[in-house]
Design a protein. Structure first.
Length: 328
């Protein structure tokens, strides 16, 4: 059991990547209104990272949460990138965020430096969970194994020590692929308590996570937080799937899901969130948004009734694995 299982009344949190100007330049007022809408909806788990706009998401989140009682919410951020004073022209996911350069490093010193920076931006004196961020081939390419070894001897040991000393409550990996978490769970010296697995245990794709990751999580008494439950908004009509431009085949897949959902009067948000949280290894799901009016819809989706016939049709059409735990 982790701090999320102990404290969360609802299996939902808020992922703050959009606050870092993911894909678009988000006005300050809109960002603030969104965080306040999250709080007003009763959501009390907030996940962020220095990578999200080179510190912009952490700053925006911190401005609102600094007004709240620190004991009333759970906060996680990530290490693996240190925000530098030096600037550069940005492109890609967060090109509209701060233009500060980021140093990718997973040593003990980098972990301590990153956490110090995050605490300042978040205007808080402690973190509950710290994830080792993007230690994965999708960001690091062939270098990821070398960086994994760096983290194994640096970040992992440093965070495990912080947990044992009560400085943080838990640590793990925050990645978009499953293999790094699987590998970390096999280590002898220290193992993650809880990991943020984005994009891979969702309604649209879950086979690898279901067959390879979840059994290891269960065996090691670890836990998973599911990020990106809509696969970068693709499920809800967005133009990106897993942060890349959506393909025709992916759109076709989503259309199949939409038809079944329409036939049974089921919202896609409800199907996505309830699918991810139905797995007993999942502590929470953390959709992200910068639209205040969408926050309550996420929360409502968790309690929406979904007829069993919907899941039967999804399985029959090969859109959901018959081995996946499903909402009761």
């Amino acid at each position: 059991m982790t701090i999320l299982d102990e404290k969360l009344k609802k299996k939902i949190g808020y992922g703050t990547a959009p606050l870092g100007n993911l894909f678009r330049d988000v006005p300050e007022q809109e960002a603030e209104d969104t965080v306040r809408a999250v709080w007003d909806a009763g959501i009390r788990y907030f996940d962020t990272a220095p990578f999200y706009g080179a510190g912009l998401a952490e700053e925006r989140l911190g401005r609102v949460l600094s007004e709240k009682n620190r004991d009333d919410f759970i906060l996680s951020t990530k290490v693996g990138r240190v925000v530098l004073d030096e600037k550069e022209d940005k492109e890609g996911l967060f090109e509209d965020g701060y233009q500060n350069k980021l140093l990718n490093e997973y040593t003990e010193d980098a972990v301590k430096r990153s956490i110090e920076q995050s605490l300042e931006r978040l205007q808080t004196d402690r973190l509950d969970i710290v994830y080792v961020h993007d230690l994965s081939p999708d960001f690091l390419g062939d270098e990821w194994i070398t960086k994994f070894d760096e983290a194994r001897n640096g970040a992992f040991k440093a965070l495990a020590k912080m947990r044992d000393e009560g400085i943080i409550s838990a640590w793990g990996l925050g990645v978009n692929t499953t293999i790094p978490i699987e590998l970390a769970l096999e280590l002898e010296e220290t193992k993650p308590d809880i990991s943020l697995q984005a994009l891979q245990y969702t309604l649209l794709q879950h086979e690898r996570a279901l067959t390879h990751l979840m059994p290891r999580v269960s065996q090691q008494d670890s836990r998973i937080v599911v990020g990106g439950p809509y696969n970068s908004g693709a499920l809800l009509g967005g133009d990106h799937f897993d942060y890349a431009p959506i393909t025709d085949d992916q759109r076709k897949h989503i259309k199949q899901v939409e038809k079944i959902a329409e036939r049974h009067g089921v919202s896609l948000k409800a199907a996505a969130l309830q699918f991810s949280t139905a797995n007993p290894n999942v502590s929470a799901v953390i959709p992200g948004s910068t639209r205040p009016d969408r926050i309550q819809a996420d929360l409502d989706a968790l309690s929406e009734h979904i007829p069993s016939a919907f899941w039967i049709d999804m399985i029959d059409e090969g859109l959901v694995s018959p081995d996946a735990p499903l909402p009761s």
